[in-house]
Write a protein that binds this ligand. Structure first.
Ligand SMILES: [Zn+2]
Length: 230
């Protein structure tokens, strides 16, 4: 049986806004932006924000990206869209991730991309909401092939370990392997559950695992539905 890719959203943080100014760093930045623009843009036409997308620590959903997957995400992010509150129902992207780097702080390595948003009239309120600190959290959609169990090394959909529970000295968590895609990034109001506006198929890792295990067990486990209702 071919397992479906694992798709979920991951909370991140906006770490900064960059004021437009005419210095040398801007030239470098605008060269990176202009790899994605059909007409060369100048610095005062865009707002640029920096985000922390994901890191190598075990997060509150008991999931963790190993370093080699962070490198892959870092490569896949430039060119992906930035949305407002995961509103995928016909709304246009607000911005484009244009470059990304790995940022290290003590033993924490994070993927830290920059995104540009055109200072068009349609984006005015969106930019104001970020600059004014109303939208200050981010949520990124990923898909990956293998949620590896940190305890036994098997695919978590096929073992019985429960993320967040300790087994001896080992804390069970997802090790997210074989990242396929960075789908989009979203900015969400501060303090909101980043997943509230998530499209139907998106879930937190916990609920995605419950669904995936149900799907995995359905053909072989006659009572799986009954269990789920208890
Ligand atoms: Zn396991």
């Amino acid at each position: 049986m071919e397992l479906e890719p694992f798709v979920f959203s991951h909370a991140g943080a906006l770490v900064g806004a960059r004021a437009a100014s005419a210095d040398n760093n801007d030239d470098e930045m605008m060269a990176a932006v202009n790899r994605f623009a059909l007409r060369p843009l100048c610095a005062d036409e865009v707002a640029v924000f920096t985000l922390d997308l994901c890191n190598n620590q075990v997060d509150k959903h008991f999931s963790r990206f190993p370093d080699e997957e962070l490198e892959r995400i870092n490569r896949l992010t430039p060119g992906r869209p930035l949305m407002e509150r995961h509103d995928l129902r016909g709304s246009l992207p607000r911005g484009t991730f244009f470059r990304s780097r790995l940022h290290s702080e003590h033993d924490c390595v994070s993927v830290r991309p920059e995104v540009y948003v055109l200072r068009a009239s349609d984006n005015r309120d969106f930019i104001l909401n970020i600059e004014g600190g109303v939208y200050r959290e981010t949520s990124i959609g990923f898909s990956f092939r293998t949620p590896e169990c940190a305890v036994c090394g098997k695919d978590l959909r096929t073992c019985a370990h429960i993320p967040g529970r300790s087994y001896g000295d080992a804390l069970c968590h997802f090790i997210m392997r074989d990242v396929l895609e960075v789908i989009e990034g979203s900015v969400v109001p501060a303090g909101s559950q980043g997943t509230r506006f998530v499209a139907q198929q998106r879930a937190t890792p916990e609920t995605a695992l419950v669904r995936a295990r149900e799907a995995w067990h359905q053909p072989v486990e006659l009572f799986s539905k009954h269990w789920a209702e208890e």
